[in-house]
Design a protein around this ligand. Sequence first.
Ligand SMILES: NC(=O)c1ccc[n+]([C@@H]2O[C@H](COP(=O)([O-])OP(=O)(O)OC[C@H]3O[C@@H](n4cnc5c(N)ncnc54)[C@H](O)[C@@H]3O)[C@@H](O)[C@H]2O)c1
Length: 497
Amino acid sequence: MGSESSFSRRSLLKAAGVSGAALGVAGLGGFAGVANADESTGKAPPRPSGAKSVLGMPFEAYGDTIRVGIVGVGRRGTSLLRTMLNFPEVQVTAVCDINPDYVERAAGIITDTGRPEPAKYAGRGGDWSDTEEHYQLAVQHSKQARAHAKGKKADEWAEEDYRALCARDDVDIVVNVTSWEWHHPICMVAMLEGKHTATDVPLAMELDHLWDLVNTSERTQRHCIMLEQVVYWRHHLQLLNMAHEGVFGELLCGYGGYENEGLAAAFDTLNGGRYPEGWRRRWWYRRDGDFYSMHGFCNIAMYMDVNRGDKLDTIASMSTPQIRKTAFREEHVPSHDPAWDDPPYIKGDRCLSLVSTEKGRVIEVSHDEDVPSPYSIVHWLTGTKGSFKDHPARIFLEGKSSGQYDDLSDHSAGFDHWLWEDHGFDGDRAMFFRLFQDMRLGRAPDIDVYDSATWTAPIPLSTESLKRNGQPVKVPDFTRNRWQDYREWIDRPNPEA
Ligand SMILES: NC(=O)c1ccc[n+]([C@@H]2O[C@H](COP(=O)([O-])OP(=O)(O)OC[C@H]3O[C@@H](n4cnc5c(N)ncnc54)[C@H](O)[C@@H]3O)[C@@H](O)[C@H]2O)c1
């Protein structure tokens, strides 16, 4: 799909602009929940003085060397580190984790590729003795990062390891793969120290933290990117091309969900278990809501050109009772495990949300890590000319399919993204290839802070809706009224073709 397809897509989008407006009028009338939405969550705070939009802002051209500092080299961080090291332009100059063994392991992975030993930060010594203290520390750091962003220096946390890493002169981008509560303070400090930053999902857990990251990106003119690999999967990019070519007609609705039973891992605190500090469980007693909206939802938002011609408008959420988590603990967790000291779990076993868009489309979003189910990204799309459902990937097209779903492959020929035609990457490699290509060449990233905040917004906003007994709440426009214009992004032609 080269420049020819970009041309036909642009023609289509121009046409869609007209019919999309009509769709919006009909759609808004048809979605009863929108009328009584709580407006308070939808307001944009004033843009800080001196800040300006980073929409379309190119990276500096880094050429042959991109210097990475990574914070958090647990399970996912180690995997991402290995993936990044596939790219010759990447030098990992510094590694930080509060677990010294993990830092040593990461340093070994780096030197095994023939690269120099990174600077190592592991000062907190892996002290897991009080998990709540670790969380409170993150909360405190978020407060200090916010104060720092307003010009107040906070001396008492200057010795913290990740701060030292972010302050280094030999780091261009800070990759943050820590537990959720640390995404906000570490990304904030990275930008305040003049570094671009990329964090694994989600961008942050609180609405005001999402705004902090948008505002700080705009104030420092540094990118803050969520590492969302799912949009780069092969058939997701095929579907993007198909949606843009009009194969589905006008898009009406979609369903994006994340299913991946994670109870065994979340409760595995003993004997070198997966989450020795139990950070995943901490959120179960803090609040109810959707904690992982991005995978699944991001695809649907991408097909619908959210932030590029449409925008999210409201979200209304419901959640099931919490039964499974305590039942699982009863059945599988030994009585001396610290999980028995957890406060009561208040997160329902499954959270379901409906998101409306400005053009009247509807996206269902669900989060489900607590009931028996294999890993699966729930992924449906419906337009006026056809429907897609995943697992297995199947498609029904009016006038082309006969009475039942066909395999996606029966209709996807010619719609491959060049990433897959040229390179045959997996999602993580494709994601990093694009990030580092844009950094090498000095181009704007595919995914910016606005996309990252928008795709994450259902997390705090599902909680807000649940607090209001399922009342719809407004989703803010993180672009501050720049959502109407289509801009090429993931679907750009290969600049090195
Ligand atoms: N995109 C995906 O498919 C995917 C898959 C798994 C995990 N993740 C995300 O990756 C992140 C990490 O998840 P994980 O499963 O690797 O968890 P993990 O517990 O294995 O890793 C987190 C690491 O962060 C370190 N850490 C915590 N606080 C720190 C601090 N203040 N300073 C330095 N290091 C700190 C921990 O010691 C740990 O090594 C999460 O945000 C998760 O949502 C994404």
